[in-house]
Design a protein around this ligand. Structure first.
Ligand SMILES: Nc1ncnc2c1ncn2[C@@H]1O[C@H](COP(=O)(O)OP(=O)(O)OP(=O)(O)O)[C@@H](O)[C@H]1O
Ligand SMILES: [Mg+2]
Length: 314
C-alpha cells in the first residue's frame, strides 16, 4: 500500500479537496483507496456524505481506545473506504499527552489493512500537532497542497522541519513526494514567482540527504473551480457532481501523473507548472524575496523547533 499524508499546516489550501478528489480519481483508475480523516473538523468525512452517529466508531476510538480499525471502516464508493472523524477527535491531542508511543498509534492501528488497499491518503488538520505527527509516522510519502500566494513558502519551511524530525527519529522511509498547486491562477505574476522560487528551492536539494531531495512540483496544477467547492456541500466528489468540470479534469490528470511518477521521481520533473510563466520576465520580487527559502535552507532545517510536539517514546 502506498501511504500518503496530505499535509500543510496552513488552513484552507486544498488538503481535504485534494484528498477526496485525488482519492476518487485513483479509485477511478482501478486502485483500492483508503482515506483517513485525521482532522477534527471532519470535512473529509462530510465530503463523502458520511454522518457519524454516536455509535459509529471513528479515528478517535482507534487512537484512544485501540478499537480495531475494521470497526471504523466505512465503504463510501466502489473501491473507496474511509475511516471517519468528527469533533471528538479534537480531544485526542490532550488525551494522548501522557501516552507512551503516542506518535505511532495510527501506524500500528492501520497495519491490518496493509494488503486490503493499494493506496492510502491521510487528510491532516491545519496544524503540526500530535495528529499530524501520527500521519507522518503512518505514511512514507508527504504530499503538500500549496496555494501560490504570499506566505506560502514560509509555512513550508516549518512543515519541512517537522518532516525532518519525524524522519530522523521515527520513520526513516518518510520523504516528500511533491507539491500540488491548488486553486491555481496561472495568469497571476505572484503564482508564477512562487512556483519559480519553490522550483529553485527543490532543485537546490537534489542529491542531498534531505527528505525532499526527490520532491517534485506536480505539473498538473489544480485550477480554481467552483464545482470543487460546490461538490463537497452535496457530500459528493467532483466526479459525482460535475464530471466534466475543470476540477474533475485536473484531479484525473493529477492522479495519472502521480501514478506515472511513482517510484521514479526524476529530478528533471521539477519545473513551474506553466512554462509560459517564465515569459513574464523579471518583476518586482522584493516582497517575495523576504519569504523565499534560501538555497541553503536544507542545512538549517535540522534544528529542533521547541514548539514541535515531537517527544518520541523510548
Ligand atoms: N481548486 C479549487 N477551486 C475552488 N475552490 C476550492 C478549490 N480547492 C478547494 N476549494 C475550496 O476552498 C476551501 C478550502 O479547501 P479545503 O477544505 O480543501 O482546504 P483545507 O486545506 O483542507 O482546509 P483546512 O485547513 O481547514 O482543513 C473549501 O471551501 C473548498 O471547497
Ligand atoms: Mg481540510
Amino acid at each position: 500500500m502506498r501511504r500518503i499524508a496530505v499535509i500543510n499546516q496552513k488552513g484552507g489550501v486544498g488538503k481535504t479537496t485534494t484528498t477526496a478528489n485525488l482519492g476518487a480519481a485513483l479509485a477511478n483508475s482501478g486502485l483500492r483507496v483508503l482515506l483517513v480523516d485525521l482532522d477534527p473538523q471532519g470535512h473529509l468525512t462530510l465530503h463523502f456524505g458520511v454522518e457519524l452517529s454516536d455509535a459509529q466508531t471513528s479515528v478517535y476510538d482507534i487512537l484512544t481506545s485501540q478499537t480495531p480499525v475494521s470497526e471504523a471502516l466505512v465503504k463510501v464508493r466502489e473501491r473507496i473506504a474511509i475511516i471517519p472523524a468528527d469533533i471528538d477527535l479534537a480531544g485526542a491531542e490532550a488525551e494522548l499527552v501522557s501516552v507512551t508511543g503516542r506518535e505511532v498509534l495510527l501506524r500500528e492501528a492501520l497495519q491490518p489493512l496493509e494488503n486490503d488497499f493499494d493506496v492510502m491518503l491521510i487528510d491532516c488538520p491545519p496544524s503540526l500537532g500530535v495528529l499530524t505527527v501520527n500521519a507522518l509516522v503512518a505514511a512514507t510519502e508527504v504530499l503538500i497542497p500549496l496555494q501560490a500566494h504570499f506566505f506560502a513558502l514560509q509555512g513550508l519551511s516549518r512543515l519541512l522541519d517537522t518532516v525532518t524530525l519525524v524522519r530522523q527519529r521515527i520513520n526513516p522511509a518518510l520523504h516528500v513526494g511533491g507539491v500540488i498547486l491548488c486553486m491555481y491562477e496561472s495568469a497571476t505574476r505572484l503564482a508564477t514567482e512562487v512556483c519559480e522560487d519553490l522550483a529553485k528551492f527543490l532543485e537546490a536539494a537534489r542529491g542531498t540527504t534531505t527528505a525532499w531531495s526527490n520532491a517534485r512540483i506536480y505539473q498538473t496544477a489544480i485550477r480554481r473551480n467552483i464545482k470543487l467547492a460546490e461538490s463537497c456541500s452535496f457530500g459528493q466528489t467532483v466526479f459525482d457532481y460535475a464530471p466534466r468540470s475543470h476540477g474533475a479534469v485536473d484531479y484525473a490528470k493529477l492522479a495519472e501523473e502521480m501514478l506515472q511518477a511513482n517510484g521514479q521521481a526524476p529530478a528533471a520533473a521539477v519545473a513551474a507548472p506553466r512554462a509560459k510563466a517564465r515569459a513574464s520576465g523579471p518583476g518586482d520580487t522584493k516582497a517575495l524575496d523576504a519569504q523565499v527559502l534560501p538555497a541553503d535552507a536544507p542545512a538549517s532545517l535540522g534544528k529542533v523547533d521547541s514548539t514541535t510536539p515531537l517527544a518520541v517514546a523510548s
